[in-house]
Design a protein around this ligand. Structure first.
Ligand code: HEM
Length: 127
């Protein structure tokens, strides 16, 4: 699968289209609208993130785990399922099937590790 070419242009189309849908989503929209007041900044950061993840450009310098743990109470299992469904739909709509599959695979793995971090946070708090 790694012979599928992915470009910065793919990421530049995908990220804004995805968050456009996120903002309209009844479950996810309110979580993001409360947290984000500078959308252009968020979109630029997420493009850097996906560029780092898919093209290993190292442009993103951040700590997604720490950021998401801050919202642990809102990031339920259902929220993750909704996020991943929307990601699947958007990547399928915008990219070739092979490229979409690579973005979906990465997102699945990252979501799993974020969820583990959030579960760990809840478990520690319950001690
Ligand atoms: C339930 C699913 C998710 C929700 C509700 C969610 C929500 C959010 C919110 C509200 C922020 C902004 C935080 C802030 O600026 O204060 C954020 C940032 C971010 N999210 Fe998510 N997220 C979800 C899943 C994911 C997944 C699966 C990924 C990666 C595949 C991801 C990647 C990121 C990144 C890279 C940032 C920027 C972190 C930084 O500031 O450096 N998120 N997310």
């Amino acid at each position: 699968m790694s012979d599928v070419e992915i470009t910065e242009q793919d990421i530049a189309r995908l990220v804004p289209a995805f968050y456009e849908r996120v903002r309209q989503d009844p479950m996810l929209g309110p979580i993001f609208e409360t947290a984000i007041d500078d959308w252009p900044h968020h979109l630029a950061k997420l493009q850097d993130f996906w560029s780092s993840v898919m093209l290993t450009t190292g442009r993103y310098k951040g700590q997604p785990m720490a950021v998401h743990v801050r919202y642990a109470d809102k990031l339920t299992k259902e929220a993750f399922i909704g996020w991943l469904n929307l990601w699947k739909q958007t990547t399928d709509d915008i990219l070739t099937p092979a490229a979409a599959a690579r973005f979906q695979d990465k997102a699945d793995r990252i979501a799993e590790s974020l969820q583990l971090g959030i579960d760990f946070h809840h478990a520690r708090r319950a001690e």
